[in-house]
Write a protein that binds this ligand. Structure first.
Ligand SMILES: Cc1cc2nc3c(=O)[nH]c(=O)nc-3n(C[C@H](O)[C@H](O)[C@H](O)COP(=O)(O)OP(=O)(O)OC[C@H]3O[C@@H](n4cnc5c(N)ncnc54)[C@H](O)[C@@H]3O)c2cc1C
Ligand SMILES: Cc1cc2nc3c(=O)[nH]c(=O)nc-3n(C[C@H](O)[C@H](O)[C@H](O)COP(=O)(O)O)c2cc1C
Ligand code: SF4
Length: 648
């Protein structure tokens, strides 16, 4: 495809960017405890600059040593040590021709005391934070002295960023953090000159923007990330956000338009249920009313779509954030016409889940992201010497292992029992809104073709077949076997398994369907079936979807609710009868009967130990990865491929 706009140079303030692709801020948890960068973090950003994007805005960066931190490990730019720490990131990014802005941040009421030296959070008003965030936080109301102090800290932080060699700063005025809390009537109930009218609510951020502009060099970019819609009752809607943008315009070189607050977090960092480009309405609304350049993320998964957004004039620069976690080289690959080799973000939220849990960033598609210092291509032990490796199973784990072993100089051979590569990821892709899982499979297949990896389809990995290639080692990546419940009636004709349903072997309309198992897979199957059927999900635990990240779960459960899906928790399957399922209530054990024409088992899978033992007995070196060790996720599968096959 010809890209007319995407690779066109662009200007923000007086700064020229080599193209229109921006990696917007994302917390990585890769820094140290003092708000300084680490070699892992520098390398993470360096790799993305090398990949070709025009601008990198690293993760939110604290301006205050004492308050406002929202991640346990967060970059800081309030003192001199952090200038040299940030300099390392700036230098690494500049080395590869990209530009860099520092995002200046204070969390306000979303800053938990536990990671702020026990100090109470502060906010425009005493309003309990949105518990959907993490901890329940009751902030204190900020005094005028607090506001004055923070204006000074933001200005000093901008000077520090400039000293570190950054090309600009972005004031974080979105996502329910302090400055957005002031701008939004949802959280600002003040009656002084910082509350009430829009002008008053913007007074704090305007003081900061003006203060910075007065002290930094003329060419230093000063911009703001703002919401185009808060998506909460009582907050700033699209029109109110446009008014704010118009009011702030004289003080900024650009806007980075986003949306949402913690209570509407599923709009802020969208799980897979939001379509590409869904933000265009509110982004365009702001762009049409201001003349400074607009950067906007817009759930972009394909460079072709980014080009389309630019051609349609939705924004001037396209934010592709998680796409840069999943594939740092997406720009390079696009320029080379190899879009098929780009790993395209699934919207699975694993990165967010890991960071919020206090761990370093972990991407389902790219186990190297954030771990370049350990697993980067320059660290590969290339001692394969053409030796054969048998990979049993061509799902996400097997294909990832094959690619890695090939890069290490081995000759991997995949034995795949079915007629296609992809394993359970293909099943995953069949549920509504999960098509990106198929794109991941397609990309892995394209990568394997690129590397010339030998694949045998319709070939179960029997000991005899594997022996024919005399492998140096065997990687068992055969997934698990479906769990079949041992209850009366489980063998009835109206009982099906997820594979029958998701692969379209059977189709139902107008039926009462009981899906047994309310884990991630059970809920996805219910989503698949609920448009045409009356679905009940049965789960023995107190909660469904316990492994799903909270914003994705919230979104999926609301979609199920909209489609009339009933959820029965603390009910265990006791049997399948004629047009019913028999369930045992927990605790108590009372049996209840629920009408069901069709029963779909979604009880998960478990490893085939006997098969693995057979392979272990026949070959010297055997490693087991992915669902073959324990039912998990694509993230577990690709991670295990790296961790277990990097040194073997
Ligand atoms: C409906 C559904 C939705 C899901 N949604 C998500 C999601 O949103 N996010 C996420 O991260 N994960 C999701 N998962 C889980 C994810 O798909 C799996 O964790 C992942 O595919 C496991 O990868 P794997 O390679 O270990 O195993 P599999 O994907 O199961 O692949 C194993 C492969 O081995 C082959 N095989 C089996 N036995 C043999 C043999 N003896 N010889 C040769 N080949 C053999 C199989 O045919 C298969 O192709 C979902 C799963 C399902 C079913
Ligand atoms: C793990 C993670 C951390 C994030 N941290 C920040 C942040 O520090 N500051 C910010 O403004 N946005 C943050 N975001 C939001 C992203 O900048 C971006 O707006 C969002 O991911 C949607 O864009 P995308 O679909 O292109 O990823 C974060 C997103 C993720 C996934
Ligand atoms: S973990 Fe999932 S959501 Fe995050 S970047 Fe990777 S694929 Fe995208």
């Amino acid at each position: 495809m010809h890209y007319e706009k995407l690779f066109e140079k662009g200007t923000i303030g007086r700064l020229e960017l080599r193209n229109r692709v921006v990696m917007t801020a994302m917390g990585t948890m890769l820094g140290d405890w003092n708000g300084c960068s680490t070699p892992e973090q520098v390398r993470f950003y360096e790799e993305r600059a090398k990949g070709g994007c025009g601008l990198i805005i690293p993760e939110f960066t604290s301006v205050d040593p004492d308050s406002g931190h929202c991640n346990r490990i967060q970059l800081g730019i309030w003192d001199a040590r952090q200038i040299s720490s940030f300099e390392r990131i700036c230098d690494a990014v500049h080395r590869h021709g990209a530009k860099i802005f520092v995002q200046l941040h204070h969390g306000g009421r979303e800053a938990p005391p536990a990671i702020n030296g026990g100090r109470q959070a502060m906010a425009p008003s005493v309003e309990l934070n949105s518990v959907i965030g993490r901890d329940t936080i009751l902030p204190r109301e900020m005094t005028i002295e607090d506001i004055d102090r923070l204006v000074g800290l933001f200005v000093q932080a901008a000077l520090n960023a400039q000293a570190a060699g950054a090309d600009g700063v972005e004031i974080h005025g979105a996502h329910g953090y302090l400055l957005q809390q002031f701008m939004s009537p949802y959280t600002n109930k003040r009656t002084d000159e910082y509350g009430g009218s829009m002008e008053n609510r913007c007074r704090f951020i305007v003081r900061i923007l003006k203060g910075i502009r007065e002290v930094v060099e003329p060419g230093f970019v000063v911009g703001a990330r703002i919401n185009g819609n808060d998506f909460v009752e009582g907050g700033n809607d699209q029109d109110a956000c446009v008014e704010i943008a118009k009011y702030l315009e004289p003080y900024v070189d650009y806007f980075n338009v986003s949306c949402g607050v913690y209570a509407s977090a599923a709009t802020m960092i969208e799980p897979c249920y939001s379509p590409e480009g869904w933000r265009s309405g509110f982004v365009k609304a702001i762009k049409s009313q201001v003349s400074v350049p607009i950067i906007a993320v817009n759930t972009v998964k394909h460079p072709q779509f980014a080009e389309q957004l630019l051609q349609e004039g939705v924004s001037d620069f396209v934010g592709m954030s998680r796409m840069h976690i999943a594939d740092p080289y997406l720009v390079q690959k696009t320029m080379a016409g190899r879009e098929d080799l780009i790993r395209k973000c699934l919207g699975c939220m694993n990165c967010n889940k890991s960071v919020v849990a206090g761990r370093t960033l972990h991407c389902a598609l790219n186990p190297v992201a954030g771990h370049e210092v350990t697993f980067g291509d320059d660290k590969l032990v290339k001692n394969g010497n053409g030796r054969k490796v048998a990979i049993v199973g061509g799902g996400p784990a097997g294909m990832q292992a094959a690619l890695l072993m090939k890069k290490r100089g081995f000759e991997p051979v995949i034995f795949e029992a079915s007629g296609t590569l992809g394993g359970s990821a293909i099943l995953a892709s069949k549920a509504p809104c999960k098509h990106m899982a198929q794109e991941f499979v397609d990309t892995q297949i394209a990568e394997m073709q690129e590397y010339g990896i030998e694949v045998h389809l319709n070939t179960p990995g029997t000991v005899a077949r594997i022996q024919t290639i005399e492998p140096y080692c065997v990687v068992v990546a055969c997934g698990g076997n479906q769990i079949i419940p041992g209850v009366p009636g489980a063998d009835r004709d109206n009982v099906y398994y997820i594979e029958d349903v998701l692969l379209g072997k059977v189709q139902f309309a107008g039926k009462k369907i009981a899906v047994i198992g309310g884990g991630h897979v059970g809920l996805e199957v219910a989503h698949y079936l609920c448009a045409d059927n009356q679905v009940t999900v049965v789960e023995m635990q107190k909660e469904v979807g316990t492994s799903i990240y909270r914003t994705a779960k919230y979104k999926l459960l609301s979609l199920l609710q909209e489609n009339g899906v009933e959820i029965l928790t603390q009910h265990a399957l006791a049997g399948v009868g004629e047009g019913t399922v028999e369930l045992k209530q927990l605790p108590g054990g009372e049996t209840v009967s629920v009408d069901a024409d069709i029963v779909v088992m979604a009880l998960g899978n478990r490893p085939d130990k006997a098969y693995e033992d057979k392979l272990a007995a026949a070959f010297d070196k055997v490693v087991v990865i992915g669902d073959a060790t324990k039912a998990g996720t694509m993230a577990d599968a690709t991670k295990a491929a790296y961790e277990k096959c990097f040194y073997i």
